[in-house]
Unconditional design. Structure first.
Length: 230
């Protein structure tokens, strides 16, 4: 409706200024069409820059994750890859949500935030919260029809939740890990170090249950591997 009114105001101004020279209503028509023109321009600016007539809506989807590395060895821990940006404080995560993906998908960099959390669940997940602009009501929608603002994405938040058995590695660290997994001597060294540390922990807590010992082995293995990548 604003676009239509703006077109009418523009045509009306042209008609009044150019074609009504000498007409007694010329000044009144110019003033009226000019007010209409400026009013519609003001509404468009308010809608485009300040989201006048709009509200934010949120949509959340959660997907399970598989390792970012396709066809990785069974002995290799599941990995969520990332590509460091700049000085390394910013990360672009590379993820897969199913095993049929031949390449991991990168998190977009525009209007996006990402964070990594640890979960007690055995399953790694990705929750994407999408914030969009929508018109407050049907009247506002009709008023700004054809503006292209309806359902415009304002922001997306990517939250990765990884079990303690997963690794979050840079692409460079992932290459180092792949080499370790192909070297029997290094694998044996890791295994011996894990066994030693677990034995010490069990000695300090002889009443440790089988499930606690299994969790400790997984946690210690991840810690030893991370130390090898430094």
């Amino acid at each position: 409706m604003v676009i239509i009114a703006l077109i009418i105001a523009t045509l009306g101004l042209f008609w009044a200024v150019v074609l009504l020279n000498g007409h007694q209503l010329r000044r009144w028509l110019i003033g009226g069409f000019l007010i209409l023109f400026l009013g519609m321009i003001g509404l468009l600016i308010a809608n485009d820059n300040f989201q006048y007539g709009m509200v934010k809506t949120h949509q959340r989807t959660t997907s399970t994750l598989v390792s970012s590395i396709p066809n990785q060895p069974a002995s290799m821990p599941n990995v969520l890859l990332y590509q460091p940006l700049g000085n390394g404080t910013e990360k672009v995560y590379l993820y897969r949500t199913n095993t049929s993906q031949t390449k991991p998908q990168a998190v977009p960099t525009k209007h996006v935030s990402s964070k990594l959390k640890t979960t007690t669940s055995d399953q790694a997940t990705l929750t994407v919260t999408t914030t969009r602009w929508q018109y407050r009501n049907d009247w506002q929608h009709a008023l700004f029809a054809f503006s292209g603002e309806q359902n415009r994405v304002s922001h997306r938040d990517y939250t990765f939740r990884l079990p303690q058995t997963w690794l979050s590695l840079s692409t460079t660290e992932a290459k180092q890990l792949a080499k370790i997994m192909k070297a029997p001597a290094q694998q044996q060294a890791i295994k011996e170090k894990v066994t030693e540390q677990v034995a010490q922990a069990v000695k300090q807590d002889p009443k440790m249950s089988a499930s606690q010992r299994s969790a400790l082995i997984q946690k210690t293995t991840i810690a030893v591997i991370k130390a090898q990548l430094k």
